[in-house]
Design a protein around this ligand. Structure first.
Ligand SMILES: *Cc1c(COP(=O)(O)O)cnc(C)c1O
Length: 392
């Protein structure tokens, strides 16, 4: 891990606090903002409609909120996103807005962009959003090394997730970006966080986070954020957010900004624990296979560490996997990830239930697969809990 992120995590988005005479960021709950000068109000509305990040008058909290804006700026700094971040009420609201923004961009320059190329595996909800046709887009599923072949004249976006949920499949961001040429690449960076991976450095145009996970980090906030390299994308996402309304609540943004201060520490400790747990799991006869990107050349090139997520295949199929979830005492048997506590779940039955069954099998999302999001507890305690849970 790059130690400069220890400082950035703590200070991002707080640069003006001392001059404001406060130590904690102000939390602004206003849903509406007084408009004494109508002409200024009109100019402000016009700026927001154009997708500007801010205006003289915030007007209404669906258009702008200073607490949300402050957290967006902090995440943009960590991701190296020159055009800023756009926050949403959940990761899925962010993903949906990205697909809708394709329409805005198509309309702006009269070139249809109704085709998306995506690499599986993806988070189950994202997979379903793309596969269901709900967004009126055509999707081609491609292998990461066949992106160039899959691109058409109307391709508007390449969607990848690395390491991917739930099998920790790694995709080479630089290679995909090169193959994509002018077509923007979005990387779901939820598993790594900017502490371990900054996709824009490797050629991505957009970075998506389910901020519900590591960025929130304590299992008490639902949020999404899209970091943008290109101003046109940031503007289109803000335009979509204004009219569809999937905004982040200011209190959620405030909690997320509070959590950001410990992001580096949490990721570092959880990753150290994951490494210990992986070594132990690999020695167990109840475990057939462990998925963890610690020995992957591409991961070593684009990541500052393998992270805190792992998956394992247990002996004994669905029944054995279900038994582990029933028996854990310290670890929490629950979906979601990136929390301070260790979470364990069954992707085929839960997070990836919406993925077509044939695709699930091909991707290795099998009935005996469990995914673990390693927490920041004492690693010996996690291991001893899993030891008793794995013992038939
Ligand atoms: C959870 C998750 C999402 C969806 O985010 P929500 O905040 O639950 O809407 C997207 N991508 C990945 C990798 C996730 O783990």
């Amino acid at each position: 891990m790059d130690p400069s992120y220890l400082t950035q995590s703590v200070h991002a988005g707080r640069e003006d606090l001392t001059d404001l005479g406060v130590h904690a960021p102000p939390l602004d709950y206003s849903s509406t903002y007084p408009i004494r000068d109508l002409e200024q109000g009109i100019a402000s509305i016009d700026a927001f409609i154009e997708g500007e990040p801010r205006a003289q008058n915030p007007i209404y909290s669906r258009l702008f909120n200073p607490t949300v804006d402050r957290w967006e700026r902090a995440v943009a700094q960590l991701e190296g996103a020159q055009a800023g971040c756009v926050a949403f009420s959940s990761g899925m609201a962010g993903s949906t807005a990205v697909l809708m923004a394709l329409r805005v961009l198509s309309a702006n320059d009269g070139a249809p962009r109704n085709h998306v190329v995506a690499v599986r595996p993806l988070y189950g909800g994202t997979d379903h959003l793309l596969a269901s046709g709900l967004m009126g887009l055509e999707v081609t599923w491609a292998e990461a090394d066949e992106i160039a072949k899959a691109i058409r004249k109307d391709t508007g976006l390449i969607w990848i997730e690395t390491p991917a949920n739930p099998t920790l499949h790694v995709v080479d961001i630089a290679a995909v970006s090169k193959a994509a040429a002018d077509v923007p690449v979005i990387v779901d960076n939820t598993f790594s966080t900017p502490i371990l991976q900054r996709p824009i450095e490797h050629g991505a145009a957009l970075v998506l986070h389910s901020a519900t996970k590591f960025l929130g980090g304590h299992g008490d906030v639902l949020a999404g954020v899209v970091a943008c390299k290109d101003e046109r994308w940031a503007a289109a996402l803000r335009q979509v957010r204004i009219v569809t309304g999937g905004v982040l609540h200011p209190q959620a943004a405030w909690l997320l900004h509070r959590s950001l201060q410990t992001l580096s520490l949490r990721v570092q400790q959880a990753q150290n624990n994951a490494k210990e747990l992986v070594a132990w799991l690999r020695s167990r006869e109840e475990v057939l296979k462990v998925f963890y990107p610690d020995d992957c050349q591409v991961a070593k090139r684009q990541m500052d560490g393998p992270g805190a997520l792992l998956a394992l295949e247990v002996k004994g199929g669905h029944e054995a996997a279900a038994r582990v979830m029933a028996k854990v005492k310290l670890c929490t048997p629950a979906v979601s990830l990136g929390s301070t506590d260790t979470l364990i779940q069954h992707p085929a039955g839960l997070t990836h239930r919406l993925v077509e069954e044939s695709a699930r099998e091909k991707l290795g999302i099998t009935e005996n697969l469990l995914r673990i999001s390693v927490g920041i507890e004492n690693p010996a305690d996690i291991i001893s809990d899993l030891e008793q849970a794995l013992t038939p």
